[in-house]
Each structure stands twice: as C-alpha cells, then as structure tokens.
Design a protein around this ligand. Structure first.
Ligand code: THU
Length: 134
C-alpha cells in the first residue's frame, strides 16, 4: 500500500461530526515505519486536532523524531492544503526537501515539500542566541 493509500484508509476513522470534513494523514519516518492519523474533533471546537498532528504524535510516541515523507487526503475541491499550524508541526521533524503529497478523494494529487509549505518558517536554529534556563 502506498503512503497515500494509508492516508486514505485512516481517513475513514476520522471523527468529524461537526465539520463533516474527514482528513487522513500518513507519515513515513526515517526508519521506514509509517504512522497514520485522522482528525479528531470535539464539541469544544478548539480542542479538535488535525490528522497531521495525530500522525506526528503517533510517530513521536513510537520513539521517532524524523520524517521523510507525508501524505494527506480529504474530500476537498483541491488537494487538501495543511493548515498553518500543521505546516509548522511537520517542519519540526522534517528536512526542507521532505516530500508532501496532498490529495483529494476524487483523485487530484499535488506534490510539494515541507519547505515549500512553510517558507521562512521558525526553526530551532533561530533560537541560537537564546540563553538557557536560570
Ligand atoms: N483538518 C485536518 O485534519 N488537516 C488539514 O490539513 C486541514 C484541516 C481538519 C481540522 C478539522 O477537523 C477539519 O479538518 C475542518 O477544518
């Protein structure tokens, strides 16, 4: 199964009773293992979490902190663009060149990179001049 197929499969488990917009995400980590996530909404709307965040949490919980490839899919008019927060979350664990495949359930696909999704993003290296805790 391709990474996109795994994102498509986990999307079925999305809990999205409020938006009715189900999203699936799959991440390939440096080890080659794949971690999946779906969006999980909440009656307290801001408590909902994105599919990408779920997949990242699964990867980190498994002991991995480097991702090489991402796929995201939803029933959208265009290949689903990750929200700003998820672009930042993906960049935390990826090289700029990491490939991101965005897709629609209808079959449209767009291939981009983490760097293209978040040009100029804030990274750990930007804190190089910060002092440590007292
Ligand atoms: N959503 C994701 O899970 N990932 C995206 O890339 C875009 C948006 C979710 C959040 C919310 O549950 C629903 O889609 C509508 O915003």
């Amino acid at each position: 199964m391709t990474l996109l197929d795994q994102a498509r499969a986990v999307r079925e488990n999305a809990y999205a009773p409020y938006s009715r917009f189900k999203v699936g995400a799959a991440i390939r980590a440096a080890s080659g293992a794949v971690y999946v996530g779906c969006n999980v909404e909440n009656a307290a709307y801001p408590e909902g979490t994105c599919a990408e965040a779920g997949a990242i949490a699964a990867m980190v919980a498994a002991g991995e902190t480097e991702l090489t490839e991402v796929a995201v899919i939803a029933d959208a008019p265009r290949p689903v663009p990750p929200c700003g927060g998820c672009r930042q979350k993906l960049a935390e664990f990826a090289a700029q060149e990491a490939v991101v495949t965005l897709a629609t359930v209808g079959g449209a696909v767009s291939v981009t990179t983490v760097g293209e999704l978040l040009p100029g993003g804030f990274r750990a290296a930007d804190m190089a001049h910060a002092v440590g805790p007292d």
